[in-house]
Design a protein around this ligand. Sequence first.
Ligand code: FNR
Ligand code: LAC
Length: 356
Amino acid sequence: MTPATLDDFERLAGEVMAPGPFGYVVGGAGDEVTLGENRAAFHRWRLRPRVLVDVATVETATTLLGTPVAMPVGLAPTARQRLLHPDGEQAVARAASAAGLLQVVSTMSSDSLEAVAAASSGPRWFQLYVHKDRTVTQRLVERAAAAGYGAIVLTADFPVSGRRERELRDGFALDWGGLGNFPDLGGVEFLPLMTALHDQRLAWTDLEWIRRVSGLPLVLKGVLTAEDARLAVEHGCDGVLVSNHGGRQLDRVAASVDALPEVVAAVGGRAEVYLDGGIRRGVDVLTALALGARAVFVGRPQCWALAVGGEAGVMQMLGILRDELVNGMQLLGTPRVADVGPAHVAPGLPSAVSSR
Ligand code: FNR
Ligand code: LAC
């Protein structure tokens, strides 16, 4: 099968991946309610197209914290990419660079952050998990700054791991290879290791320290409420990433697209707002932009495409998303990214069946 959509890569990945790693990628926490809602919620919004707009030329380019990117779509951090392909994060780095897109590289990457940087010629940010041992974290952040990462993306929704029951069942947890940034760690279950390493005491007052030791702009990942969005801005965050970690942490939280409007309103233009969770279509990107996101990030589709075809697979996946976005912009009557606004989206009406 030639993949025509991002979801096609999931089907193909299911054929080439072992059940353990596949379950780790596709799964979520608990009953996977939030995982499903991330997609379902996008389906409830309706686009409001304008006609007779000149769409002969479409320009998808934008900037993220001042950095030019080819479209308002970036690659979300996902851990341990050599589980998916022997070229791991370096394959994603090459694909993202060729496409002119931003790659966010996980603290828990298979390749070291320096090796990923060496494979990349494009914009990249470093995703940070803060360890109990702050000297480890400080060293990591200094390494990221030295290796040319343009911002720190602090993941705030992982004080402890969510309960991923697929992993509890299938026992894949031991067999996960090494971590490029921590060559001494390995041979223990991954998610319990994450919980053991992470600092559960991390608090708002620590953001200033992270900014100081990195000297880089700070994006806070995992915000779902207006209250936290306001605190993020007050503590000097340059970006707020609306995310529920792809439904992998606390189950039953809101779909990220449903949390987006309150975060956008609370931020009030004082920081850039991004979204991840459930982006599978060009029209999902347009919906998020219309609701106030500056850009979106894709997690799982990147993993599936990497597993299916390495660098070329990721290129192909990004090309499909770009084609869908261009087509959507033409049909929505928004030839430039900045043209997409609140008037282009409305809540879907309840269906005749459900309102009876
Ligand atoms: C993730 N995610 C993640 N987030 C993060 O901040 N650090 C990480 O190391 C990881 N690792 C990771 C591994 C895998 C396999 C997945 C699927 C996800 C979460 C990720 O950045 C993002 O928030 C979600 O994946 C977005 O949802 P979608 O696009 O997968 O629906
Ligand atoms: C995950 C972690 C690594 O979601 O962020 O699996």
